[in-house]
Design a protein. Structure first.
Length: 105
């Protein structure tokens, strides 16, 4: 499984202004509502099997959660179906808040 740190993801986001990096946030809806990366799409891990049809199988996706555990599970699951995914190891718990829709506390 491919992995990147939150720092590497942030650098990638800053470098790809014209075509935003696809970020899948697998936290629950309530967690996502408290704060998330602006371009992230919320597909909670608990509903991921039903949401797979909405996710482009060919495009690379960076999968994030709160601490990195759910993103690992989501990546493992999606990889089994041929998705191009990368797990963000530390998760939103270490995101500095920049680029978030709402303040993260």
């Amino acid at each position: 499984m491919k992995r990147v740190s939150i720092k590497e993801l942030k650098e990638l986001i800053e470098l790809t202004v014209k075509e935003p990096v696809s970020i899948i946030d697998v936290r629950e809806v309530e967690e996502f509502a408290k704060g998330h990366i602006l371009t992230a799409k919320n597909y909670p891990l608990s509903t991921l099997p039903e949401a797979m049809s909405e996710i482009n199988r060919e495009q690379p996706h960076y999968v994030i959660c709160q601490h990195g555990i759910r993103s690992e599970h989501a990546c493992s699951f999606l990889e089994n179906y041929g998705y191009n995914v990368v797990s963000v190891s530390e998760g939103m718990s270490v995101w500095d808040g920049e680029g978030q829709e709402k303040s993260y506390r």
